[in-house]
Design a protein. Structure first.
Length: 435
């Protein structure tokens, strides 16, 4: 077999192993070691194992990921979202679908303080979904709202997926953060508009919510609003103004979350242990997948597969629309089977050479990729956010009901994706101001 044939066989072998539920990092690592052994010899493969992990995982920019994860889990375990949710509820509940709209807004704020879709969906599902169900909301709308809005953590900075993309594709993480801000807000606004229109046309979807707060209740609600806006101002303000690098902002954000929890008297030993343990587990799982993807990158580069793949795509057309169409099909299909981080790190070794060859702006392309990954987070049969909500609610709402509820949100995601493709300025305007 030629090196290219070994590379093609390796790609299919990796997909098969992932399909039968072999952990993604392990699958990529095994395929890479065996593939390099076939192309050269096992001494070369073992040499790669000894040199690659530390050289890459020790990256300064990559250390921002565990810091933002810790910040997000601290916010979740110390109930930092509740005050903001209650305040938004008082002011938005009278709108058609007001509780669902409130949930979208709260998810957007929490995403800007956590950088994690899973943390956002987990925190908001325990707070917002029971509130909506108790007020007679349609079960699909209630759970679909949180499942879809939780994905905003992938796009609104500081996003862990944007960090991984930036480090891997050698793109400024700061630019990616700024580029993701407007698309993230746009996604949230489109969700809100869709909810209002649906409930206006079919009021029974939102039950009967009676909210008539007194002035005292309004003042009381706003007393506990400050934690998330303060955290967001510290983190994003520091990054966008150029005072902090993303890594420094992540460390400062985790420290600020800790101080805020202490000031609010919410930092119990149990809450701290939960946040730290979840951050460690999430970081370890991400780094294992990352190491496997690094091996896979070396293997594919040696086989010549990325170049052959790029040539095959560009041989049909060199137009940007064709490349984005091909990439979208790949992500939409594989997104049904592979979680977002695994899919990102599985495909980047193949797609980055294609993007460079075609001369596509890597910041714009990165936002498109993250939006496609958002779709994968709620697409059956995997839909990680869907399973997260189902578990957090102890099966109070069934998986088919949640998947039914997200169908409208999937349509809105595709609409947002089309807008971002047609108007690149939405992702490039802010970065151009700062850089």
């Amino acid at each position: 077999m030629s090196n290219l044939e070994i590379g093609i066989a390796g790609v299919f072998a990796a997909l098969i192993l992932i399909a039968i539920r072999v952990p993604i990092g392990l699958a990529l690592g095994l395929v890479s070691i065996v593939g390099i052994g076939f192309m050269f010899n096992m001494n070369v493969a073992w040499g790669m194992i000894s040199a690659t992990p530390f050289d890459y995982v020790g990256s300064w920019e990559l250390s921002a990921a565990p810091m933002f994860l810790l910040m997000g889990f601290l916010c979740s375990s110390t109930d930092m979202t509740r005050g903001l949710f209650l305040a938004l509820r008082l002011y938005l509940a009278k709108l058609p679908g007001g509780l669902a709209i409130t949930s979208v807004g709260a998810c957007a704020f929490f995403a800007a303080a956590s950088g994690s879709s899973v943390a956002t969906a987990s925190a908001m599902s325990r707070m917002a979904v029971p509130e909506m169900l108790d007020n007679g909301y349609d079960r699909g709308l209630a759970t679909g709202t949180i499942a879809a809005s939780g994905t905003l953590g992938s796009l609104i900075p500081p996003s862990v997926l944007l960090i991984l993309y930036g480090v891997y594709a050698q793109v400024s993480v700061g630019q990616l953060f700024m580029a993701g801000f407007i698309p993230g807000i746009l996604s949230a606004l489109i969700y809100m508009a869709m909810i209002m229109i649906r409930v206006k046309l079919k009021p029974s979807l939102a039950g009967t919510v009676q909210v008539n707060p007194t002035e005292e209740e309004r003042r009381e609600a706003f007393r506990d609003v400050w934690p998330l806006p303060t955290l967001i101002l510290v983190v994003l303000g520091g990054i966008f103004s150029g005072v902090f690098s993303p890594t420094e902002a992540g460390a400062l954000g985790a420290f600020a979350a800790l101080i805020i929890a202490i000031v609010r008297r919410k930092l119990t030993r149990a809450a701290l242990f939960e946040a730290v343990s979840q951050a460690i587990i999430s970081t370890a799982s991400i780094f294992i997948i990352l190491i496997g993807s690094l091996f896979f990158t070396r293997f594919l580069a040696l086989s010549g597969f990325p170049r052959a793949f790029a040539d095959a795509i560009l041989s049909v057309s060199t137009e940007t629309w064709w490349i984005l169409l091909a990439v979208s099909v790949i992500f939409l299909v594989l997104g049904m089977l592979i979680d977002s981080i695994g899919l990102l790190l599985l495909t980047l070794p193949i797609l980055v050479p294609l993007v460079n060859e075609a001369g596509i702006n890597p910041v714009w392309f990165g936002i498109i990729v993250i939006k496609l990954l958002e779709v994968g987070l709620i697409t059956p049969p995997i839909g990680l956010n869907v399973y997260m909500i189902n578990g957090a609610l102890n099966n109070r709402v069934t998986l088919p009901e949640i998947f039914r509820g997200i169908s409208w949100f999937l349509a809105m995601d595709l609409l947002t994706l089309i807008i971002l493709i047609l108007f690149p300025i939405l992702t490039l305007w802010l970065p151009s101001l700062a850089y």
